[in-house]
Design a binder for this molecule. Structure first.
Ligand code: EPU
Length: 431
């Protein structure tokens, strides 16, 4: 298995470019099933999650051609309605197949994705939305079975315990594009990735208004057609690089990202006193003296502070003098990185849904274990600020969502190497 060896190496300096957004590309890939014409997608990141999704698309009948890196031409002339467990279990986002299959095939059998380390990931809202579209939905033998022969648009309130749902919104919008009548979706997710999906659906011929707002109105059409679409930039990757600059007190320009996609995040960093220069499509982090200020953060659906940048901000706050409180409102268990940061010397306690971080602590390198995608990023960021070597195991989590992470960061001065676990000193290896 691959591991990272990261050594604190002082300030990072230079320019780093953001790739296509994983969480936009996944439902967009699923949306290619909505038409029998060819869809050309650009700026698709090269990630293991994309490979899983492409494998599932091929399984249901899509032809996938990659004429050049980052570009996929997908044609789904004839497809089946079944997405089996052995493929779906590899990635929760494969639940995004429900909407397109229901719309195009008027039936779907999609395995329910398994558990997740960051907390329960129910799909009750996806099911509620489909039922409101007059579909018959049954759960049997680990699968969601949908009979959509009588599908019909209508009013749907899609809010849950934590507010809106990102992939739930994607599914219901996709299902409604080809449903007779008008669907009025209230409490729709407003994340930029949902906006990107809707924009692509409009290019395919869908009728959607209210894009980017919590109320989407979808008027069903007979047929969708092929289109060309370029996936938006990954705001979470961009935010992770911003923190890489901040935690090393470097001068880092994160290119290819519109700062407006990161409003709540940049607002918190501004409150912390991080000097930044914002351009149309870049964020430059500048060096600073002394300590940043502590911040209190609560994760919320967009435009609130994103849960996918919670762990990384926590890493930065270990280097900030005073008490910071980070409250996680989307995924109750998303603090799996905390015991690992503690092993590096961080002073963090968990009180209910909040992490209380006391800084600034001197971090020192240690062998640590990544538990999920964003936790992996947080551990690497902490390792940049630590004295000595940090060995990070289970980095396959990171490979799901960060493209060429170590190459991009090495190019601006990070000391990060991908090695095999057999290269690790024996006494540091997990059992
Ligand atoms: N929820 C329900 N019922 C549902 C669906 C969701 O109660 O039917 C709850 C969830 O338990 C959670 C909240 O609603 O508390 C929000 O979940 P959401 O459905 O929005 O999450 P998701 O669509 O499964 C996407 C991203 C996640 C990101 C969240 C929140 C993709 C493929 N995944 O997940 O990304 O954290 O939205 O923004 O888009 C990541 O990239 O690391 C990641 C986990």
């Amino acid at each position: 298995m691959d591991v990272f060896k990261v050594s604190g190496n002082g300030p990072l300096n230079g320019q780093i470019k953001v790739g296509g957004a994983k969480n936009a590309a996944l439902p967009i890939l699923a949306a290619t099933l909505l038409t029998d014409e060819t869809v050309v997608l650009r700026n698709v990141p090269d990630l293991s999650d994309m490979r899983f999704m492409l494998e599932i698309l091929r399984h249901v009948g899509a032809e996938t051609v990659q004429p050049e890196p980052g570009v996929w031409e997908i044609t789904s002339k004839q497809i089946t309605h079944i997405a089996p467990y052995d493929l779906v279990r590899k990635m929760r986002a494969s639940v995004c197949l429900l909407g397109p299959l229901v719309a195009r095939m008027r039936k779907a059998e999609v395995s329910i994705p398994g558990g997740c380390v960051i907390g329960p990931r129910p799909i009750d809202l996806h099911i509620k939305g489909l039922k409101k579209l007059n579909c018959q939905v049954e759960i049997a033998n680990g699968y969601v079975h949908v009979d959509a022969s009588e599908i019909q648009g209508g009013p749907i309130f899609l809010g849950g315990r934590s507010g809106s749902t990102v992939t739930g919104t994607a599914n219901i919008v996709m299902a409604a594009t080809l449903a007779p009548g008008t669907t009025r979706l209230e409490c729709a997710a407003c994340e930029p990735e949902v906006v990107d999906l809707c924009n692509m659906l409009v290019k395919m011929g869908a009728k959607i208004t209210g894009i980017g707002s919590p109320e989407l109105v979808i008027t069903g059409v007979e047929k969708l057609h092929g289109c060309e679409h370029s996936v938006i930039a990954d705001r979470i990757e961009a935010g992770t690089f911003v923190i890489a600059g901040a935690i090393t007190r470097g001068d880092v320009t994160v290119k290819g990202i519109a700062p407006k996609l990161l409003g709540a995040f940049l607002d918190k960093l501004e409150e912390a006193g991080l000097p930044m220069e914002l351009g149309e499509d870049y964020i430059r982090v500048l060096p600073y003296e002394g300590s940043l200020k502590t911040v209190d953060v609560v994760t919320l659906p967009h435009p609130g502070y994103p849960t996918d940048l919670q762990a990384q901000l926590g890493a930065l706050m270990t280097q900030t003098e005073g008490l910071s409180i980070i409250t996680e409102r989307i995924y109750p268990n998303r603090f799996m990185h905390v015991p690992e940061l503690q092993r590096m010397g961080a002073d963090i306690s968990i009180e209910g849904p909040s992490a209380i971080i006391k800084g600034a602590t001197k971090l020192s390198g240690a062998p640590v274990m990544a538990s999920d995608l964003r936790a992996s990023a947080a551990l690497i960021l902490a390792a940049f600020a630590a004295v000595g070597d940090t060995w990070i195991q289970r980095i396959y989590h990171l490979d799901r969502g960060y493209e060429r992470f170590e190459q991009k960061l090495s190019a601006i001065g990070a000391k990060i190497e991908r090695l095999k676990d057999t290269d690790m000193p024996k006494e540091l290896l997990e059992d």
